[in-house]
Design a protein around this ligand. Sequence first.
Ligand SMILES: [Zn+2]
Length: 222
Amino acid sequence: MDKDLTDQVVDIAQRVVASGAISANGHGNVSVRVPGAEEMYFTAGPSLRNHPASAVVRVGLDGTLLEGELPPIQGAVVAMHTAMYADHSDVGCVVHTHSPYATAYAVARRRIGCWVEAMAMFGLADGVPVAGYGPRGSDEAIANIRAAVTPGVPAVLLANHGVLVFHRTPELAILAGGVVEEAAQAGINASALGGAVEIPPELRAAALQRAMTFDSRGTVHA
Ligand SMILES: [Zn+2]
């Protein structure tokens, strides 16, 4: 096992927990693509909370366990991760959690709309689609995920299960997972007030444009 990649996966797990976009039991898994190889490093521990380096495994993108020990519960969801790397050459990190509010939408089998401005700013202007149910990690579940993934959209809800986020870097994947959870919480809170209102499509583009303009200026110093 490569120590740097192992430590990176453990660090991502800690940062996902710190982000708060995680269920109370810490269930979930994260992985990173091994640069230049058809492999990933994957958390094989039962929880992302205090995930030990000794429980990180190396897995081929064909699903073959190459190094470490993979318990059956974690082994069942390996294909959700490998499919994202196989399908999207730019994806470098995959995060799966049962973050509570996003999972509520997944359980209700309802998409999350673009009703929080951060969604327009971080690649979720089209909302978060729902992948139809299939037993976790099964061929059917993976086919449903592949069918639901929208080009350029870094997240998908897994019906009756949780949420899957995939992005170029761990930082972006953690960020997107947090935005999805924030939007889901806002959506549920707004349902008591008559329901969330989506940002009109043309203004979603304007929100992104404004964010990019400010980003290109960098930090302003007094
Ligand atoms: Zn899960």
